[in-house]
Design a protein around this ligand. Structure first.
Ligand code: HEC
Length: 119
């Protein structure tokens, strides 16, 4: 009898632990099921230099003389060219090929097109 009690306490612990992991991985899969939008990624990773609107009118952007990402000079580049700049960097701009996935970089390029200056 004592032996049984001990055994069932052990099973309760195991199922509590596995429930915990099931809940934790469910939470993780919920998070990864909703990837950040290009706008969110841009604001998180790029806005410090390029400004939240891409204009480059931040202290850091002015110091580094970044181009207005909405301008025709930047927008005339192809998606492939913009993707390559973001992936490989363009000193002093850091490369993002290791920290962002190709899908995230693609979302950013889509976002950059959406903020293009309307002329
Ligand atoms: C540390 C500051 C910094 C950060 C952070 C940064 N950039 Fe840049 N970026 C620059 C600078 C400086 C240039 C200009 C490089 C040059 O022209 O030689 C540049 C250039 C660019 C260009 C090319 C524009 C042109 O002149 O043709 C694009 C596109 C761009 N950045 C996108 C991004 C994106 C997207 C992110 C975020 C994933 C990002 N940048 C993060 C500093 C930064």
């Amino acid at each position: 009898m004592q032996h049984n009690t001990h055994k069932s306490a052990g099973w309760t612990l195991i199922s509590t632990v596995s429930l915990f992991f099931a809940a934790a991985s469910f939470g993780v899969s919920l998070l990864s099921a909703a990837p950040a939008s290009g706008a969110d990624t841009f604001k998180a990773k790029c806005a410090a230099c390029h400004g939240p609107d891409g204009s480059g009118s931040t202290a850091m952007g002015q110091k580094m003389k970044v181009h207005d990402l909405r301008s025709p000079d930047v927008q005339k580049q192809t998606d492939d060219e913009l993707t390559a700049i973001i992936t490989n960097g363009k000193p002093p701009m850091p490369a993002y090929g290791k920290t962002l996935t190709p899908a995230e970089i693609h979302q950013i390029v889509v976002y950059l097109r959406s903020i293009a200056a309307k002329s």
